[in-house]
Design a protein around this ligand. Structure first.
Ligand SMILES: NC(=O)c1ccc[n+]([C@@H]2O[C@H](COP(=O)([O-])OP(=O)(O)OC[C@H]3O[C@@H](n4cnc5c(N)ncnc54)[C@H](OP(=O)(O)O)[C@@H]3O)[C@@H](O)[C@H]2O)c1
Length: 297
C-alpha cells in the first residue's frame, strides 16, 4: 500500500514509518521542515510538504494514497483545546479526500479519555464530549467521517515508551528534577496503561492492513501501572525523595500535568489482540524506566 502518514517525523511516526517500509509498504510522510524531509528520505519514505493547518496539503496527499494514518498533533499543552480543534479539522479534511472510496483512515486517540476510574475497552465510546475533555475532538471527528460512509478506525494510545521517551512520564521526570521530589497523588494506586513503541507501531500496521471499518483498537500492552510505582522508580534513579500530594497540591506541583497525574485510566486490549492477532512483546514500562536516558544522573 501507499500510506500517507501524518506525524511521520515524530516519536511514534518514525517507528511506524520503519515498520511500514520494512513490511514492503510505501510511505508518503508529512514533513513541515527541511530537517523532517531529510529524516524521512533517509529511511526510504517519500516526502509530502505541508502542515496540519494547511488543509489543502493534507487533502492532496490523502487523495494520492491507498490509506492514511494520522499521528501528527501539536503538543503545546498551553493551547491544548485549540490544538484539539486543529486535529478535528485535519481529520475532517483527510476524510473528505478519501470519500467515495473504501481506503482506510486511521485516527489517533488516547486511552485516558475513555472511561476514567474503570477498565475501558474498545467497545466504549468516550464517556464525555470534547466540551469536557478537548482531545475527544479526535474521536468526534472520526465518528463524523464514519457517518459519511468512510472506512475509519481509531487507535487509542496509552503511555508509549522506549528508553528515550515514556509518554507523559517524560514530563513527570522533568518536574521531579525541577522540584527536587518525585510525587504521586493520594495513595498513588491510580493506574496508567502502557505500550512499548515498537509494539504500538506494529499495531498501526496491522490496522491499516486488516482493520475493520468503524473499529476502535487499544494499543495496550500493560493494562495499568500504578503511579506510585512510577514515582518510586523516578525517585530512586534520581536520588530524590518520593512524596504523596493531595489532588489540590498536585495541580500546584505538576502544573498542566496535574490534570492527568491523579487519573485512574486502566485499559484492556483483549478485543484488539483477538481481532488483529496483535501480541505485544515489550519491554515493559518499568523495564524501560530502569534504563531510561532521562533518568541518568
Ligand atoms: N507518545 C505517547 O505516549 C502518546 C500517548 C497518547 C497519544 N499520543 C498521540 O500519538 C500521536 C503521535 O505522538 P508522538 O509521541 O509521536 O508525538 P511527537 O513525537 O510530538 O510527534 C508529533 C508529530 O506531529 C508533527 N506536527 C506537530 N505539529 C504539526 C503541524 N502543525 N503540522 C504538521 N505536523 C505537525 C510533528 O512534526 P515535526 O517533526 O515537524 O515537529 C511530529 O511529526 C499524537 O497524536 C499524540 O497526541 C501519544
Amino acid at each position: 500500500m501507499r500510506v500517507f502518514v501524518t506525524g511521520a517525523t515524530g516519536f511514534i511516526g518514525s517507528a511506524l514509518t520503519n515498520e511500514l517500509v520494512n513490511a514492503g509498504h510505501r510511505v508518503l510522510g508529512l514533513a513541515r521542515s527541511d530537517e523532517g524531509a531529510k529524516a524521512l528520505t533517509a529511511v526510504g519514505a517519500q516526502v509530502h510538504r505541508g502542515s496540519l493547518e494547511d488543509l489543502a496539503s493534507l487533502r492532496s496527499a490523502a487523495s494520492k494514497s491507498d490509506g492514511v494514518i494520522h499521528l501528527a498533533f501539536i503538543h503545546d499543552f498551553a493551547k491544548f483545546q485549540e490544538n484539539c480543534e486543529t486535529d478535528r479539522r485535519a481529520i475532517e479534511a483527510l476524510g473528505a479526500a478519501l470519500s467515495g472510496s473504501d481506503r482506510p483512515l486511521i485516527v489517533t486517540s488516547g486511552t485516558g479519555i475513555v472511561a476514567p476510574g474503570r477498565l475501558s475497552t474498545e467497545e466504549d465510546a468516550p464517556a464525555v464530549s470534547s466540551a469536557s475533555i478537548p482531545r475527544v475532538a479526535s474521536e468526534e471527528a472520526a465518528a463524523a467521517v464514519r457517518e459519511r460512509g468512510l472506512r475509519v478506525s481509531v487507535v487509542r494510545l496509552p503511555q508509549v515508551h522506549d528508553r528515550r521517551r515514556q509518554g507523559l512520564i517524560t514530563y513527570a521526570i522533568d518536574i521531579a528534577r525541577q522540584k527536587g521530589v518525585s510525587a504521586y497523588v493520594g495513595d498513588g494506586k491510580n493506574r496508567w496503561p502502557a505500550v512499548h513503541l515498537l509494539d504500538a507501531a506494529r499495531l498501526y500496521r496491522l490496522v491499516i492492513e486488516k482493520g475493520g471499518a468503524g473499529a476502535r483498537y487499544h494499543a495496550v500492552a500493560e493494562e495499568g501501572v500504578p503511579l506510585r510505582q512510577i514515582a518510586e522508580i523516578i525517585g530512586r534513579r534520581l536520588n530524590l525523595s518520593v512524596v504523596s500530594k493531595s489532588p489540590a497540591e498536585a495541580m500546584e506541583h505538576f502544573g498542566w500535568l496535574g490534570v492527568f497525574a491523579g487519573h485512574d485510566s486502566p485499559a484492556s486490549s483483549a478485543l484488539t489482540r483477538e481481532r488483529l492477532g496483535w501480541h505485544p512483546v515489550g519491554p515493559a514500562l518499568i523495564a524501560d524506566l530502569e534504563r531510561a536516558d532521562k533518568l541518568e544522573i
